[in-house]
Design a protein around this ligand. Sequence first.
Ligand code: 3PG
Length: 210
Amino acid sequence: MSQPIHPHRIVPVAIIDDATHAVPLARALSAGGLPLIEVTLRTPAALDAIRSIRAECPEVLVGAGTVLTALQAREALAAGAMFGVSPGLNADVVRAARDAGLFFMPGVMTPSDVEAALALDCHLLKFFPAVPAGGLAMLHALAGPYAHTGVQFVPLGGVNAENMSDYLALPSVAAIGGSWICDRTLVREQRWPEITQLCLTAAERIPSIS
Ligand code: 3PG
């Protein structure tokens, strides 16, 4: 199962309150050069939002975030999610996603979490909550002992336009993510051009790979 997140280097995380906002939001991201969205399963609208994006925006990689149960992993896949993400590591959820055919990125914050993830054969891990957990220094130290395993991290939680390039410069970081691009107020108020602009600004801050 290939993982589709890495090449974009930025994972916009969205909390969608109204499923009719999903398609214009996905199009706003696409217009800003970021055809990727993680729709968190935190609202009743989330699965419908995923369904609509998958049906109407074929160019957009849509995934489900905050996947906390095996049932949610299966529901997300059935709704059209192309990847799943969780804030923590729950082996039942990882196995259920894998068995169903859904690429899954669990969250980690400690060496024990990383080792549990490796035991489940997960090599792309959400580092969460990145900034409160110790930020760059913590991630650098956490990644060190596992570099030879090929594990890569996607820090989220307090990552934003101001600090994203510092994280992306770390060799262990495949991508970063955050909620600042799909700001909940901007989405509620349907301020799509501003979301497109946030994508363009973020894209300018991706360090070039030498
Ligand atoms: C989340 O689960 O909310 C994400 O990891 C985003 O965190 P952020 O709101 O700090 O960007």
